[in-house]
Design a protein around this ligand. Structure first.
Ligand code: F6P
Length: 546
């Protein structure tokens, strides 16, 4: 394991620092002018995904230094350890094996001496059987009606992936069914999701790895009450609730028969779980066959990550480029703009994947680190984003590297829309890279007064990610691309990308504050003066005594 406190003193890091000083003023215009084939050579392909990384502020030397850094940090060995099922999540003493969730039936992967692949496929088989019964009208509600609405109750990794996938794969989903997601503890989330549906036609999928998460359990209890009251029968739960969890005991305690529970394992992190049973709502939407196609896409990218040389390895290239901008150019944020309205929630999904994974301040040895880790991730679909915040990316003072994701063939029959969509994506990458100079503007007849305001400096880097169509398989590959990209960054920074201790403190404090908001008489408040005053103000509006 590398000594992280020495990251910035490694040979590769120092060489990159020196190289950064040489290259920082070089523009993409110059780089493209110097090499007429750059657009064809700075590209890579894997798992049917094509990456054009030519519009990055890099040369062949930058790349070779970044690969040297990856090797010095032991990326290949750490990757292999992950795939082998070693306990690389050291703070939780767990293996990190989301890759086993998409391993083919014939393969074997051992965790503490046990082959987990048969267990993975046993759950997949049960999910498939259940999904077929619900979709085929064989699993009925307690009054004998067909299930028309599926409401997934879950939060974080038990919500973002399924919602993102259900939206992205709508063209592949059963149109006679409606899929809704309740995540927030704000009662409006539940009320709005359920106000216009018939409980007798509704199936709740309670998704929670731990089955203890406050938001999910609050919403699940509300759902149970809503259903039982509406249908007037206590036995309604059996036909209208299923659970996805690793915690049998808590599922039973809630009142769901474990025969209607779909399990997974502690070696699947929440944000890496959309391809586990957590994807049950996705499978109910698109059917078992499409879900398996999605898993095949994940697996194809796993294979690529495992076997392609670093120089042609998509997740490695993207991860190292993030390190390059984050640590050398000082870029604080990264944009992800899918040119596909179905991928509307992909940036939100990536926010958890990347920021919960790599928002860390100590290394694997628990020592404070003296370099930047995970950037802020944000984004919206193009072209909407172009009419919102692209102005700042083009002409603002901040460097924001962006991933633009697009597809060569549309899912809708409106082909001419697709040409316009993709023309915009290619145009944005071009405009961001090359901009427009004062001379060019003058030659085009721009009024002198406006010229300085219209100049676009360019030199704004992008990755362009292209695939054939947004299919279940492509979606799987795309998600796995980002999973391994995040892993690559984490290895360079020598952090645990698989824990999330930072979210605990706020949960504990909320647990203390809740009774302080609801107690009849004001209890002694022992917070800071700001928090105390906010609690009093809230209690005042609630008409509670001071
Ligand atoms: O609070 C963060 C978190 O622990 C995430 O990592 C996780 O995806 C989410 O909460 C939900 O957890 P669970 O699936 O156990 O309800």
């Amino acid at each position: 394991m590398p000594d992280a406190s020495r990251l910035i003193r490694t040979q590769a890091w120092q060489a990159l620092k020196t190289h950064y000083e040489e290259i920082r003023a070089t523009t993409l215009r110059q780089l493209f002018a110097e090499d007429a084939t750059r657009g064809e050579s700075f590209c890579a392909r894997g798992a049917e995904i094509f990456l054009d990384y030519s519009k990055n502020r890099i040369t062949a030397k930058t790349l070779s230094l970044l690969f040297a850094l990856a090797r010095e940090r032991g990326l290949e060995a750490r990757r292999d350890a992950m795939f082998r099922g070693e306990k690389i999540n050291i703070t939780e003493d767990r293996a990190v094996l989301h890759t086993a969730l998409r391993a083919p039936r014939w393969s074997s992967i051992h965790v503490e001496g046990r082959d987990v692949v048969p267990e993975v496929h046993a759950v997949l088989d049960r999910m498939s059987d259940f999904a077929d019964r619900v979709r085929g009208g064989k699993w009925l509600g307690c009054t004998g009606k067909r299930i028309k609405n599926v409401v997934n109750i879950g939060i974080g990794g038990s919500y973002l992936g399924p919602e993102m996938a259900c939206l992205a794969l709508r063209p592949f989903s059963q149109r006679s069914m409606d899929f809704r997601f309740v995540s927030n503890v704000d009662g409006s989330d539940f009320s709005e999701a359920t106000q216009d549906i018939d409980p007798a036609e509704t199936l709740f999928v309670i998704s929670s790895k731990t089955f203890t998460t406050l938001e999910t359990m609050t919403n699940a209890l509300t759902a149970r009450q809503w259903l039982v009251e509406a249908l007037g029968r206590g036995d309604a739960v059996a036909a209208h609730f299923v659970a996805v969890s690793t915690n049998d005991a808590k599922v039973r305690e809630f009142g769901i028969d474990t025969a209607n529970m779909f399990g997974f394992w502690d070696w699947v992190g929440g944000r890496y779980s959309m391809d586990s049973a957590i994807g049950l709502s996705t499978m109910l939407a698109v059917g078992p066959q499409n879900f398996k196609e999605m898993l095949a896409g994940f697996h194809a990218m796993d294979d690529h990550f495992k076997t392609a040389p670093l120089e042609q390895n998509l997740p490695v290239l993207m991860g190292l480029l993030t390190v390059w901008y984050n640590n050398f150019f000082g870029a604080q944020t990264m944009g992800v703009m899918p040119y596909a309205s179905g991928l509307k929630r992909f940036p939100a999904y990536l926010q958890q994947l990347q920021m919960e994974s790599n928002g860390k301040h100590v290394d694997l040895g628990g020592r404070s680190i003296d370099y930047q880790t995970g950037p802020v991730i944000w984004g919206e679909p193009g072209t909407d984003a172009q009419h919102s915040f692209y102005q700042l990316i083009h002409q603002g003072t901040k460097l924001i590297p962006c991933d633009l994701i697009g597809f060569c063939l549309p899912l809708s029959p409106l082909e001419h829309h697709h040409h316009l969509l993709m023309a915009n994506m290619f145009a944005q990458a071009e405009a961001l890279a090359f901009g427009k100079t004062a001379e060019e503007l003058a030659a085009e007849g721009s009024p002198a007064l406006q010229t300085p305001f219209r100049v676009c400096e360019g030199n704004r880097p992008t990755n362009v990610i292209l695939a054939e169509r947004l299919t279940p398989k492509t979606l799987g590959s795309l998600v796995a691309l980002y999973e391994h990209n995040v892993f690559t960054q984490g290895v360079v920074w020598d952090i645990d990308s698989f824990d999330q201790w930072g979210v605990e403190l706020g949960k504990v404090l909320a647990g203390q504050i809740t009774p302080e908001l609801t107690a009849e008489r004001e209890p002694p408040l022992k917070h800071d003066s700001s928090t105390n005053a906010l609690i009093r103000r809230y209690r005042g509006f609630q008409g509670r005594r001071q």
